[in-house]
Design a protein around this ligand. Structure first.
Ligand code: T4K
Length: 369
């Protein structure tokens, strides 16, 4: 490649489209604290995502931290080691002990069938991740959560716009969080959200993200400042108009990768999720060192030398980071599937403006190294 191709490149609208929104902010001097654009984006997103209530955040990590506070989660929470580190960090910030459970080999999501052995009297919630935007086994997870009286909080950071079984994916669980980071399918530069199911919970979340203020002189909790500002909200409103065209472009790229790599020896792809409208957020491949006759890391380095900057999302496992590695549940024996996926994965470049010729070149490079 003559210029670097990164794992992603943020989608941005034409600047001219954004200027009128900036003008509005400059005119009315409301920059943050539930301004008009913030309110408009909340309304538009609730409709677009087909969810009852949404609260916007400065980023996805603060949304996760606040979601746990909103439901008073304490003690131990069952979660996945195969995710971005923010998932587990949000537990740590709340003084909650993460308990890692292995993932299932089909999509790399938390395995409900391995979960029950990890539930103790201290367990209060399950925090799964719909990794790469592929839905978890939502019905089974709900069954387990209901049976044991646990809360279910989905890290849906990869899932903007995904529909499953005919409904927006964020309708599952007690709460779901989204990320609108620059690297996500829908971005507000930085940003995030919590989806809730009733007015009371939304109101509580909105208090928590604004220091706990429930009126000029009333503080109802030790809230934090995690509000989305008007610039972010303005960008979100413009981005939303381009969502469908961006997803169509992503789909063409995913189809090209799939067609080109489906018979590549030693390279494995995730199946297409059934009953799901995907957002094509990521395109992970898995390298079987023996069959491919080259290790994942050797391929990763070789791609880099050729200006193709994939990423090993998610390697290392979160459980391997020093602050978590001494937990009992971090033992490699407990996480064999996750270990294997983390050791084999490379996420290939995936973003709407990636041209199909480049995708074909990446695939040829992988096949003929
Ligand atoms: N839960 C899950 C499951 C998540 O995946 C994430 C975030 C979160 C929670 C937390 O949500 P946020 O608090 O972030 O809203 C990136 C992102 O920083 C992170 O948001 C994301 N997950 C994670 C999977 O990926 P890095 O360290 O790989 O990003 P970085 O800066 O190396 O960017 C990757 C490539 O993208 C660069 O090589 C070039 C390109 N890029 C990146 C940025 C930021 C651009 O072209 N422009 C840009 O502005 O973590």
């Amino acid at each position: 490649m003559d210029k670097p191709i990164y794992v992603t490149q943020p989608s941005l609208p034409e600047l001219e489209e954004f200027i009128p929104y900036l003008q509005q902010i400059w005119d009315n001097k409301i920059l943050t604290n539930n301004g008009p654009l913030h309110q408009q984006l909340e309304n538009e997103l609730a409709l677009f995502l087909n969810v009852p209530y949404i609260s916007l955040f400065a980023n996805g990590t603060l949304a996760l931290v606040t979601a746990l506070q909103a439901l008073n989660i304490t003690g131990e929470v069952i979660t996945t080691p195969y995710s971005f580190v923010a998932t587990t960090h949000s537990l740590w910030w709340n003084n909650i002990k993460p308990v890692f459970v292995d993932i299932e080999p089909e999509f790399g999501n938390l395995d409900p069938e391995k979960m029950e052995a990890a539930i103790t009297t201290k367990t209060t919630a399950i925090m799964p991740v719909h990794v790469y935007g592929n839905p978890c086994k939502v019905n089974r997870l709900k069954e387990i959560a209901d049976y044991y009286g646990l809360k279910l909080i989905y890290d849906a950071a990869h899932c903007f716009g995904v529909k499953h079984q005919g409904i927006g994916i964020c309708n599952y669980g007690d709460l779901s969080i989204l990320s609108f980071h620059a690297t996500k399918v829908f971005n507000t530069m930085e940003g995030g959200a919590i989806i809730s199911h009733d007015k009371e919970t939304k109101r509580h979340i909105d208090y928590l993200k604004n220091f706990g203020f429930a009126g000029e002189t009333t503080i109802i909790a030790t809230g934090i400042n995690s509000k989305m500002n008007e610039m972010q909200a303005a960008l979100g409103l413009v981005q939303l108009k381009h969502y469908d065209e961006n997803i169509a472009k992503r789909k063409r790229i995913a189809v090209t990768y799939r067609n080109q790599l489906k018979n590549a020896r030693g390279i494995f792809l995730l199946p297409e999720a059934q009953d799901t409208e995907s957002n094509y957020a990521y395109f992970p491949i898995f390298v079987d060192e023996k069959e491919y006759r080259m290790s994942r890391d050797a391929l990763y380095e070789k791609l880099k030398q050729n200006n193709i900057f994939g990423r090993r999302y998610f390697y290392p496992l979160i459980s391997e980071f020093s602050m978590y590695s001494s937990l009992e549940s971090s033992s490699p024996d407990n996480l064999t599937v996750a270990q294997k996926m983390a050791n084999e994965v490379i996420c290939l470049p995936m973003y709407p403006d990636l041209d199909l010729k480049t995708v074909e070149n990446i695939c040829s490079f992988i096949q003929y190294k």
